[in-house]
Write a protein that binds this ligand. Sequence first.
Ligand SMILES: [Zn+2]
Length: 297
Amino acid sequence: MNDIIRTVDVGGNGSRRADVRGKEVLNYVATRKGEINDVAALFEFAASGMTSAHVGVAYVAAGDIRADGVMVKASNIPWLNGVNLVNGTKAICKTNVIAINDMDGAVAGMARLVGNPSYFMGITWSSGIGKRVWKDGKILASCEGGHVCVDRSPFAMLCGCGLRGCVESICGGEAIRRRVLAETEVRGIKIPDGVSPCRFLDERYVDEEQWAIDIYGMIALAMGEYLATLQTLFRVPLVVWKGTFALNALPLIQSQIGCHMRQRLMNPDWEGDMEFTMSPEPENDALIGAAALFEQA
Ligand SMILES: [Zn+2]
């Protein structure tokens, strides 16, 4: 736990790095979107300022990363596709290097931050939805939890993945943003300048406007169905949430979600068995988790 690990989060909206020791995040540096545009610049950024105190480098990035460190398909960074992050960085740093999916990193970080529970599920609820199950120090599978179907009707929402009715196409922040824009336009409602559509939805929901209540009703129904499916499969005692949408929506609709869950569970009591908490450090959990997975590797 006392080793210093250089962690690098490669993102489409800018990358960041930090030195992590246990739960401590030191020497944090963030870049702006577009500041790092190629592999050589990324490796230089990753290795910058490393000393003999660093035992290695751990990358996190959104996308499908092979165990040998090759980025098979990056979510938002086309120039990263096919790049071997491990070999390229090893050649410069001469230390051990790992590269993992950012959701894997986040959930490993959540585990460390919430006291190492033996069994829980981490769910990101922001523009999209991601989930991982953590069991006895390991991630069960790098899955695509946002693309579980919760609406099989022919008119179900089209998802970014090409399927219809995925939970992300109904509950994801990006889908909600588009829905709010469409609803307000049809109704002739003007969203004030500088207010995001999702924030506007929250305000109007609290003011009990029917259109906002209806949208949140739909979100609660889909999320309840989703969590009931997950609870039927996994029986987890704890969900650790992160993401802007979770932060704002859960206080408003958690009890509605619970009602929908109970109606869809073989034993309705399983709803109450699933405790909710928020990630204590949503900004840093992926970096802390990357370091934790490096130590395990
Ligand atoms: Zn989908």
